[in-house]
Design a protein around this ligand. Structure first.
Ligand code: RB5
Length: 146
C-alpha cells in the first residue's frame, strides 16, 4: 500500500506529523509538498495527489489544507478521484464502505494528530462494500463520463 500525501502551509504541520507516523509504522508514502511552511495555494497540492492516485501510482491519498475543504474540492475535479473530507472515525469508515473514497481530506487547523491517525488507520483498512453502493458510485462517475 503506497500513499500520496500533500498539503498547503495550513496543513503543513499536520502533514509532517502524519509522515512521522508513516515512518514509524513503515507505511510506504510519497510527500508531494509543500516542503516548508511558506504560503502556497492549496489547489496546487490537492491536484498533485489526485492525479497520482488516479494514475495508479498510489493506492490512496491524503490531502490537507486549513479546513480540508479547499483540497477536497480541488481533488474531486480530477476524474476518478473520490476525495472525502472527514472529521470523525465514522466518516472515515463510511467514506470507504459506502463511497469507495480513494483520498482522505483533512483539516490541519481542525484536526488533532491523534484523530488524524485514527482516521487514517480506519481509512486504510476499511474495504468498500460494493453492491448498492457500487451502483451509486458508478452514477457519480457517469457524471464525468468515466
Ligand atoms: C489557507 O489560509 C486556507 O484558506 C486553506 O488552507 C484552506 O483551508 C482552504 O480551503
Amino acid at each position: 500500500m503506497s500513499i500520496a500525501i500533500a498539503s498547503d502551509h495550513a496543513g503543513f504541520e499536520l502533514k509532517e506529523q502524519i509522515i512521522q507516523y508513516f515512518e514509524k509504522r513503515e507505511i510506504e508514502y510519497k510527500d508531494y509538498g509543500v516542503y516548508e511552511n511558506t504560503r502556497v495555494d492549496y489547489p496546487d497540492y490537492g491536484v498533485k495527489v489526485a492525479q497520482k492516485v488516479v494514475a495508479g501510482e498510489h493506492e490512496k491519498g491524503v490531502v490537507i489544507c486549513g479546513t480540508g475543504i479547499g483540497v477536497s474540492i480541488t481533488a474531486n475535479k480530477i476524474k476518478g478521484a473520490r476525495a472525502a473530507l472527514c472529521c470523525c472515525d465514522y466518516m472515515a469508515e463510511m467514506a470507504r464502505k459506502h463511497n469507495d473514497a480513494n483520498i482522505l481530506a483533512l483539516g490541519g487547523r481542525t484536526t488533532t494528530i491523534d484523530l488524524a491517525i485514527r482516521m487514517i488507520d480506519i481509512f486504510l483498512k476499511t474495504h468498500f462494500e460494493g453492491g448498492r453502493h457500487a451502483v451509486r458510485v458508478d452514477k457519480i462517475h457517469s457524471l464525468t463520463g468515466r
